[in-house]
Design a protein around this ligand. Structure first.
Ligand code: TXA
Ligand code: MG
Length: 337
């Protein structure tokens, strides 16, 4: 299959791209689209055959459910129902954070095909704030299933070029609207008797959610509800360890790359990528997956990723780094090599 890439760099180009994307989606095909978090691989969420093509292109196991993206919040009732206990909380979150990078896990309606929810009785939903995604979702007029547009287990794409490298030849179209804003995937929460279970940390932080309800952290390892919670996710091919970017002499023979938080003390590395010289967590999140891909391409023996400060977005970044890390000591404090 030839993969077409359409850029949205003029008003005419945008019109053309929207029309072509909608045409393919209506025909039951997959299309890679920009969102404000990462690029997604979209298909008609209410068409089981179309959704199945997402799993095939990504080589995603069928047990891993997809996020359903609505064109607007009014469509929520078509795919999900909210029980009385949680309805006030869910409405408050929707009012505050939609459109935006918050995914809600809610009881599903029968309209959603089993393949989309992987047979679960819940469905994950959000409304994207990306202008191009919104245009396409509105023109399509129906929910779109869209996981991140990478092969299963790999780093999520934050540019159309990343998507091309992951899925070229497997999907008919990539819509290119430049790099994504947040750079990490949406926050996922489920309501549990009036409180919130954080299933995946993301751009909407635990602190922001705590203004609405008690928040508990999903039990990832013991009970993986979301395969995005599995430890070995978002992995570069090069081994990655968490540590402090100090080189000792016994490592000099190896080509070691550094993923540095602010760029201090990273002398002696074969390659260095700095997440945010000014120490801005938002900038760091936006750069994270691009920097990881660049280091992964640099023919290194090892990548050392420096800790970023925990709390707020820092926790979402550390979550991704821990999953990318090949060391078993996922939660050990910073150590130097
Ligand atoms: O920012 C994002 O969320 C991006 C963009 C494209 O919207 N999408 C994304 O999708 O990251 P994906 O499939 O890569 O990650 C979705 C996660 C998976 O870990 C999946 O297991 C979880 O959401 N998920 C989906 N439905 C679920 C459900 N009913 N209950 C619990 N987890 C669910
Ligand atoms: Mg993903």
């Amino acid at each position: 299959m030839k993969t077409e890439i359409l850029r949205c760099d003029s008003a005419n180009a945008l019109e053309f791209a929207v029309a072509r994307a909608v045409e393919l989606l209506r025909a039951g095909e997959t299309v890679a689209l920009p969102t404000e978090t990462v690029y997604g691989l979209a298909a008609d969420a209410l068409n089981a055959d179309a959704a199945l093509k997402i799993f095939e292109a990504k080589e995603r196991p069928r047990f891993d459910p997809l996020i359903v993206h609505l064109p607007n919040r009014e469509m929520l009732a078509r795919v999900a129902s909210v029980d009385a206990v949680n309805s006030k909380l869910m409405s408050a979150l929707v009012d505050r954070f939609w459109p935006g990078p918050l995914t809600l896990v809610l009881p599903r309606t029968p309209a959603v095909p089993d393949v989309v929810t992987a047979g679960l009785d819940t469905v994950a939903v959000r409304v994207s704030a990306h202008p191009v995604f919104s245009r396409i979702a509105a023109a399509f007029g129906s929910p779109l299933a869209a996981p991140s547009a990478n092969r299963f287990g790999r780093i999520s794409p934050t540019s159309a070029e990343h998507v091309r490298r992951e899925l070229e030849g497997r999907i008919p179209l990539v819509i290119d609207a430049g790099p994504t804003q947040h750079g990490i995937e949406s926050t996922i929460v489920a309501a549990r008797n009036g409180s919130l279970e954080l299933l995946r940390p993301g751009p909407i932080t635990g602190e922001q959610l705590r203004a609405f309800a008690d928040v508990c952290i999903g039990e990832a390892q013991s009970r993986p509800q979301a395969p995005g919670q599995l430890p070995s996710h978002y992995a570069p091919r090069t081994p990655l360890v968490l540590g402090s970017p100090l080189l000792s002499s016994e490592n000099q023979a190896q080509r070691i790359g550094a993923l540095s938080w602010r760029g201090t003390d990273s002398r002696g590395f074969a390659e260095i990528r700095v997440l945010s010289p000014s120490g801005d967590l938002r900038e760091a999140a936006a750069n994270l997956f691009r920097c990881l891909r660049e280091l992964d391409d640099a023919k290194l023996d090892l990548i050392v990723a420096e800790h970023v400060p925990e709390g707020g977005l820092g926790s979402a970044i550390m979550d991704r780094l821990r999953r990318a890390s090949s060391s078993d000591a996922l939660d050990t404090p910073a150590r130097s090599l």
